[in-house]
Design a protein around this ligand. Structure first.
Ligand SMILES: [Zn+2]
Length: 240
């Protein structure tokens, strides 16, 4: 079987696979607090899982993940390591230019952590301007809202950071990194001024997770993961 993960390829395998692959998927996650019940690596694991499952169905290949991201909102919680947008953009850009030099047909920037989305979009735009590259794409995890009916916790907390939704997905991907016995419900209220000035999570959040993560199940997680993978497969197979 053809290898999908670049980190396991030899130089000769990489040379062949990058020229035939429809798309090279580059994920960027985060080292970030995910409440009392889930590991710092959550976004790295979720992004890599989405990338690998997508690659299986699209003749794509997957780059080693960028393990750090832009985590400004959660930066004061222990374990959250935050890069600036500029640093993340520089890393993305240099990896993209390397991949282009080896003949990548399309490059998809997949945000394992949605805080990386702005940097991804900006880099793709800048590379159009500076290098006339039109084969750099980006994907943010915008869950299909019609699937929210499968969640139980009070909206909108169930679908935000480390809540019922993200915990459910992690129960599919790395259940060994989830400890539901430590999950604590918290329904933080966003201060009204957050619309008008930067407000970081430590100003109004205690636990670090939203809603009631103890409602998470692998069954729910699979529904949301499958939906994201379907969208990714559609993007690569039908739009690129
Ligand atoms: Zn996360």
């Amino acid at each position: 079987m053809k290898k999908l993960y670049v980190g396991e390829m030899t130089r000769l395998e990489f040379e062949q696979r990058i020229s035939e692959a429809k798309c090279v998927i580059l994920t960027a996650g985060s080292c970030e607090q995910h409440g009392y019940h889930m590991a710092l690596d959550t976004d790295n694991e979720l992004g890599h899982y989405l990338a690998m499952e997508t690659a299986r169905r699209t003749e794509s290949i997957v780059m080693p993940n960028i393990n750090y991201g832009q985590v400004w909102s959660a930066r004061k919680f222990p374990g959250s390591i935050s890069l600036s947008n500029d640093t993340l953009k520089a890393v993305l850009k240099e990896i993209i230019l390397s991949l282009e030099s080896f003949g990548a047909r399309n490059i998809l920037l997949l945000a394992g952590h949605n805080g990386n989305s702005q940097a991804m979009k900006d880099v793709a735009r800048e590379l159009v301007n500076s290098h006339n590259l039109h084969n750099v794409w980006y994907f943010q995890q915008n869950n299909d809202k019609s699937l929210f009916r499968y969640l139980e916790a009070e909206m909108p907390c169930n679908c935000v950071h480390a809540g019922e939704l993200e915990t459910s997905m992690m129960l599919v991907v790395r259940p060994d990194l989830v400890d539901l016995s430590k999950a604590e419900p918290d329904f933080p209220k966003l201060p009204p001024e957050a619309k008008y000035r930067p407000v970081s999570w430590d100003e109004y959040i205690t636990v670090g997770s939203y809603g009631d993560p103890s409602l998470a199940t692998a069954e729910k997680g699979k529904i949301f993961l499958d939906s994201l993978i379907d969208e990714l497969v559609h993007l690569i197979n039908d739009i690129m």
